[in-house]
Design a protein around this ligand. Structure first.
Ligand code: G3H
Length: 331
């Protein structure tokens, strides 16, 4: 729980850490089948979360800044243009008005990454040059992941060549729905290899996996196959990130860390658009995984409109007044 007395370390002063990459391990079917999820206990815990935060006002801004540093600022629209992506990248470099950043002592704050389709990697890389902000590309026939497998591998290669440092792949949902864990493992392993040095986030599309037990098992298989992050959703399913699914995935990450020593990152994505929801997610990460995960190398929000609401809250924090949401249209 986020206690009233707890302030996060100012995000722009966090020490640099280099986490060893999860190399994966051979598929351990006995371990996979041990992954279960008690739906009623999970739902009970998840429903108790949002009302429980008692965050001291002074610390709220620091937690919201932490949330910004963990956003994969995303645009995944069919009508994306280089101009729109350049504006989004400008927002990633300076996510909040300069006077507010100064007032809050947060100069240098940026988002965690910018996330785009393959065609927009070039414009994003150019716009972010020198900023250190990585470009993430969705890949492997996103969002359904149903294009021919060799094309999915080739797509990863093209995106890495174009400058993406993070690749968000989608798994084949049918492998989970039919219990083909070996198939899922092999596919994920090949995706990881095709990524090379680029980090790979495995999108499970949890809204299409049927049960929380499937979510737990798919999480475990993807981590065994070398995923750097596991991510809930594409943002295009009818149900995207939820707290119960997040609990299941975070617990899988925790168990994998306890058993292998490797830390895998977590990315809830889709439908997270309010500052208060972001705080709830950060609190859950803190409780389930601990402070080490509250950094952009191990936690991201996949979100297209969350930043706008956080900026509004920060403006209120500094000036005491809310501005209209249309003034924060981007992000
Ligand atoms: O991965 C990111 C999602 O596509 C963003 O979803 P959203 O537009 O609901 O924030």
């Amino acid at each position: 729980m986020l206690e009233t007395t707890e302030a996060p370390m100012t995000v722009t002063h966090l020490p640099q850490t280099t986490e060893p990459r999860n190399p994966g391990m051979p598929l351990d079917m006995e371990r996979v089948m041990r992954s279960r999820a008690n739906r009623s206990a999970i739902e009970r815990r998840a429903s108790s979360l949002p009302g429980r935060r008692s965050l001291k006002k002074d610390f709220q801004a620091a937690w919201l800044a932490r949330a910004i540093s963990c956003i994969d600022l995303t645009t995944l629209a069919g009508d994306d243009t280089p101009g729109r992506v350049a504006r989004l990248c400008a927002k990633a470099k300076q996510p909040v008005r300069e006077d507010l950043l100064e007032a809050l002592g947060l100069e240098g704050l940026t988002t965690g990454a910018v996330c785009v389709y393959h065609d927009m990697i070039g414009p994003a890389v150019r716009a972010l040059q020198g900023s250190g902000i990585p470009v993430a590309a969705v890949s492997t026939g996103f969002p359904a992941g149903l294009s021919p497998f060799p094309l999915r591998l080739a797509e990863i290669g093209e995106s890495v060549k174009a400058g993406a440092r993070e690749i968000d792949i989608v798994i084949s949902r049918r492998r989970v729905l039919t219990g083909d864990w070996e198939g899922l493992y092999d596919e994920m392993r090949q995706f990881r290899e095709a990524c090379g040095e680029a980090h790979v986030k495995a999108i499970l599309a949890t809204g299409e996996l049927g049960t929380l037990q499937n979510v737990a098992r798919a999480s475990m298989v993807c981590m065994m196959a070398g995923a750097d992050f596991i991510k809930t959703s594409t943002g295009k399913e009818s149900v995207n990130a939820t707290l119960p699914v997040s609990l299941v995935m975070m617990r899988a990450i925790r168990e994998y860390h306890e058993e292998t020593g490797y830390r895998v990152g977590y990315k809830p994505a889709g439908g997270i658009s309010k500052a208060k929801d972001a705080i709830t997610y950060l609190a859950l990460v803190k409780e389930e995984l601990g402070d080490r995960w509250l950094r952009p190398d191990l936690f991201r929000f996949g979100a297209s409109s969350l930043l706008g609401d956080i900026e509004r809250q920060l403006e209120h924090h500094v000036t005491g007044a809310y501005s209209a949401s249309w003034r924060h249209a981007i992000g």
